[in-house]
Design a protein. Sequence first.
Length: 122
Amino acid sequence: MLPSAFPFGESAPLTGGTYVVSVHNLLAVLVPSATDSFWTDPRIKREYASLAKILSTPIPTDAPDSVRQGRQAARLRYLGLRYSRLLEQLRHRQPDERIGYSLFVYRLSDQEVEALLQPPTP
């Protein structure tokens, strides 16, 4: 599941596979963080890169609960940004198929997903 205005359940990991995306999500009707203007904001670019760096380092085993809670909050924010980034990037890509008028199908490899999730260039 990709980001949605409706909580349908646990979000799926962003790996290679088949993605079926509503045009409403691609147009950022209900997910404002999937817009181009959101991702051109320098603060968002810095936050995305900073969160990636923070989460790439392990938490010390003796870290206090406050550090663990902060890491969990950072992880949730980063995951949300990654899903939004993927939607924003897919908007600029031709779908592999269409289902009716409102669903676009993308078949992506692991490498394509990682490339789409890269932080925007400054």
